[in-house]
Design a protein. Structure first.
Length: 210
């Protein structure tokens, strides 16, 4: 029996308003995220991977073309759980705090340069996908990457530090086709720098691994 379950949101559905509506979170978490969980659980039956964690399933399927459908479901479950935790209703967004403040300035030149590169990745991703702040190892060098569909940094041996979901269902109810405005709001009002700092230091690893 698989131990994969739909995690609760780390805040109330209306907690991110007015930036992201309760209606968006109801559809995005309760329907889209839940569907990935349910499809993955069905696919795991008889696969030999039933007892594995999400990261282990992702690692086992990422480079196997015959398991691409399972990878997509597992990666989307992981990506969404990570994304929810990358946002906070409590004074989120703006310039980074903690160790990431100095590291972002070191690796990008300034927060403004990081912000420009992250927004460009999020807005230039064609179709569905994700924009990521990643490190080459725990506490290592930072860089920006974007991935299509379900692809994520775990499949590329990177440490995920922060992500913005740019699938249309993440923002269309609230922003329609204005993806740049959604990304601006994510960066300026919602980013959970405490969580990003923890991920950068290799902490809270169990949050997305259940």
């Amino acid at each position: 029996m698989s131990n994969i379950t739909l995690p609760d949101l780390p805040y109330a559905k209306d907690a991110l308003e007015p930036h992201i509506s309760a209606e968006t979170l109801e559809y995005h978490h309760d329907k889209h995220h839940a569907a990935y969980v349910n499809k993955l659980k069905d696919m795991l039956l008889g696969s030999g991977l039933e007892d594995k964690t999400l990261p282990e399933i992702i690692e086992a399927t990422a480079k196997d073309d015959s398991k691409q459908t399972m990878f997509n479901q597992a990666a989307q479950v992981w990506n969404h759980t990570f994304y929810w935790n990358c946002m906070t209703p409590d004074n989120g967004g703006g310039e980074p705090t903690g160790d990431l403040k100095g590291k972002i300035e070191e690796d990008f030149g300034s927060y403004d340069k990081f912000r420009e590169e992250f927004k460009n990745a999020a807005t230039s991703q064609f179709g569905s996908g994700w924009a990521w702040l990643v490190a080459d190892k725990v506490g290592g060098k930072l860089s920006i990457m974007k991935t299509s569909d379900a692809d994520n940094p775990l499949a590329h041996d990177k440490i995920a530090v922060l992500t913005c979901d740019v699938w249309e269902h993440a923002y269309y109810i609230d922003y329609r086709n204005r993806r740049p405005d959604y990304v601006d709001t994510f960066l300026d009002k919602l980013v959970n720098w405490d969580y990003a700092n923890a991920k950068y230091k290799g902490q809270d690893a169990g949050v997305e691994g259940k």
